[in-house]
Design a protein around this ligand. Structure first.
Ligand code: NAI
Ligand code: AKG
Length: 452
């Protein structure tokens, strides 16, 4: 018997999602942004209509929530909460990062996991979507505390993941140090050496260019957008937010391509360096953030020509291109107006969902080149996919080989966005393009698999 089909309606659909996910504002925001473009597409494409595909997609395949007890350096027992959202495995094993940050909750991880499903589909690689993490705050913790926490976290997570099941990686607060501790514990518990995590160190299964990939990819995507207008990054002034992994390598690649990056930030404020953050200054920031783990305000002590603005975000600084690379909802509607009034005409998001719906609306209404994170920051997870391929083949590609593949993937994502997002007047709606291209790939697989 054929299942009974029910026609999709945006309002009814969103009412249902809101009812099922109360108190999850970030998740509802991410779903609504996709539904606004995908529902009309479903309604005009008979094969998807009535199959409840979107209704199935917004229900995670599995949500894991667990206790993470550990002992701090003062001998106290601390209890954090761990999560893994296994969102969708239609096109491959669950894949996506782990976030350690005090703000982590179910809403944030579900929004990230949902975005990851679409993003991973865009990469053209066989990866489903997932995300996880903990409300653990790595700030101010000793190295040994970080290790103990990671070991406790993995002592539960290990039974749910595997190289063909679910492959976590880094995100905010999880870098190469944490991946090392997590991998060590997984290896001990399972007694096997496999590519169960990506972002690994080079001597134990990592890929060249993975640390750089998200930031580089965001810049490559900006380049592709500029090309549609016969333009390049050379000579452009860029504002970047964040000063972590994504921000650092966005700054590096943009500078290599002849642009001038004038800002970086962290949760305490931003620095403005009108002369540009060149290679030497970036090396200072990398040491400050990756080794010393200090605040971005230290920058102005080393480079007194720069200014630190406490508690502010960098969107009031005049620029041609903005790359938000810190966190979700860091660009408000008002920030967007400010960027536009100062002449900014390219936004390439390195972070996940950094622009509020009002900001996205303002960018699109002004017909500037605006790329949502699920397209422009997909280079990180794509290179994780390349790390998985190298692990399976038991080989290591050269830096040039991985970078060449990353560039091609980012160009292909740009093509997919253009295919589904180009309006009759020639304007490319990258939000619609990314959402529909991602949806089609996952939906086709779900249709083939039946109602499961
Ligand atoms: N690491 C990766 O490969 C990928 C990361 N992303 C996204 O990029 C963004 C940055 O991640 P990473 O650079 O990996 O993390 P990170 O931990 O290396 O750096 C995070 C940066 O954001 C800043 N930040 C965090 N919360 C903030 C807040 N509330 N206000 C202002 N600044 C804040 C931190 O100070 C830090 O500079 C996140 O949205 C993440 O989801 C997206 C794709 C891949
Ligand atoms: O490399 C990965 O698997 C995860 C990257 C990630 O978390 C993201 O794309 O947001």
């Amino acid at each position: 018997m054929e299942p009974k089909t029910t026609k999709l309606e945006l309002k009814k659909f969103m009412d249902l999602v809101k009812k099922r996910n109360p108190h999850e504002p970030e998740y509802l925001q991410a779903v609504e942004e996709v539904a606004e473009t995908v529902v009309p597409f479903i309604l005009s494409n008979e094969i998807y209509n009535g199959k409840q595909i979107l209704t199935r997609m917004v229900e995670p395949e599995r949500v894991l929530m667990f206790r993470v007890p550990w002992i701090n350096d003062s001998g106290e027992i601390i209890v954090n909460r761990g999560y893994r959202i296994e969102m969708n495995s239609a096109i491959g094993p669950y894949k996506g990062g782990l976030r350690f940050h005090p703000t982590v909750n179910l809403s944030i991880l579900k929004f990230l996991a949902f975005e990851q499903v679409y993003k991973n589909a865009l990469t053209t690689l066989p990866m489903g979507g997932g995300k996880g993490g903990s409300d653990f705050d790595p700030k101010g913790k000793s190295d040994v505390e970080i290790m103990r926490f990671c070991q406790s976290f993995m002592s539960e997570l290990f039974r749910h993941i595997g190289p063909n099941t679910d492959i976590p990686a880094g995100d905010i607060g999880v870098g190469s140090r944490e991946i090392g501790y997590l991998f060590g514990m997984y290896k001990k518990l399972r007694n096997e050496f496999t590519g169960v995590l990506t972002g690994k160190g080079m001597s134990w299964g990592g890929s060249l260019i993975r640390p750089e990939a998200t930031g580089y990819g965001t810049v490559y995507f900006a380049q592709s957008m500029l090309e549609t207008r016969g333009d390049t990054l050379k000579g452009k002034t860029i504002t970047v937010s964040g000063s972590g992994n994504v921000a650092q390598y966005a700054c590096e690649k943009a500078t290599q391509l002849g642009a001038k990056v004038v800002t970086l930030s962290d949760s305490s404020g931003y620095i403005y360096d009108a002369e540009g953050i060149n290679e030497d200054k970036l090396a200072f920031v990398m040491n400050l953030k990756n080794n010393i783990r200090g605040r971005i305000s230290e920058y102005v002590k080393e480079y007194p020509n720069a200014t630190f603005f406490a508690g502010e975000r960098p969107w009031g600084i005049k620029c041609d291109v903005a790359m938000p690379c810190a966190t979700q909802n860091e660009v408000s509607g008002e920030d967007a107006k400010l960027l536009l009034s100062n002449g900014c005409y390219v936004i390439s998001e390195g972070a996940n969902m950094p622009s509020t719906p009002e900001a996205v609306h303002n960018f699109q209404a002004a017909k500037i080149l605006y790329a949502p994170g699920k397209a422009s920051n997909a280079g990180g997870v794509a290179t994780s996919g390349l790390e998985m391929s190298q692990n399976s083949l038991r080989i290591n590609w050269t830096r040039d080989e991985v970078d060449k593949r990353l560039k091609k993937i980012m160009a292909d994502i740009h093509d997919s966005c253009t295919k589904y997002g180009k309006n009759e007047n020639g304007y490319i709606d990258y939000v619609r393009g990314a959402n529909i291209a991602g949806f089609v790939k996952v939906a086709d697989a779900m249709l083939a698999h039946g109602v499961v």
